[in-house]
Design a binder for this molecule. Sequence first.
Ligand SMILES: NC(=O)c1ccc[n+]([C@@H]2O[C@H](COP(=O)([O-])OP(=O)(O)OC[C@H]3O[C@@H](n4cnc5c(N)ncnc54)[C@H](O)[C@@H]3O)[C@@H](O)[C@H]2O)c1
Length: 225
Amino acid sequence: MFPDLPEATVARLPEYLRALHGLAQDGHDTVSSEGLATAAGVNSAKLRKDLSHLGSYGTRGVGYDVALLITQIEAVLGLTKHRKVALVGIGNLGHALAGYGGFASRGFSVAALFDAERSQIGERIGTLVVRHIDELAEVVAAEGISIGVIATPARAAQQVADQLVGAGVTSILNFAPCVLNVPSGVDVRKVDLAVEMQILSFHEHRKALTALPAPEQPAGEATGS
Ligand SMILES: NC(=O)c1ccc[n+]([C@@H]2O[C@H](COP(=O)([O-])OP(=O)(O)OC[C@H]3O[C@@H](n4cnc5c(N)ncnc54)[C@H](O)[C@@H]3O)[C@@H](O)[C@H]2O)c1
């Protein structure tokens, strides 16, 4: 289904979905492309093109049906199926992710927690208990887990990725700052806050440079035509 959907469009669909859920909660039945674009933080021409890939064009003068568009986007993203996630590495970040209650309403549940450190094993976080990484394969199979989240130090991440793949996980979200090698058929997404900060640093740097006063022209030199 939707084999030609551009990756950039796929990346924007969750933003549209978030905006649509907000509109629905506020009692809106329909929304214009401009209204949805503003709520999602993209430009409206891009939004219309993205949604046309789904066969959704809206109605002239009315806009998009909010409930219908939510259903269409959830179907494309495969969110009609609740997905179970295994979280590996229950340190600072792992604790924050394990305790975050916002995943369930977005179609996911953290179904199992793993760590390699004996002192962490057995800790209860919410309704889950941290298990040893050696139990990964057994739990992934029993729970039907398809997504793994890596929140270990970078030095352990490749080994953990191999264990996840070996256990049958086919999608990995990697928080460790390193590149993972995985077989074809396994999808990896990376989240790196430091990279986002470095991009913002670039913009700060550029703003500072463009704000500098133009160098003074030497006396007597022509300044233009
Ligand atoms: N992406 C981001 O925005 C972001 C932000 C903060 C941290 N990080 C990264 O996330 C990772 C975790 O950071 P943290 O501060 O929570 O680290 P941490 O040291 O507090 O926790 C890491 C956990 O991984 C466990 N671990 C180590 N090797 C393991 C293995 N082979 N199998 C299972 N568990 C193992 C450790 O026992 C520990 O509990 C790091 O790679 C860090 O760089 C990413």
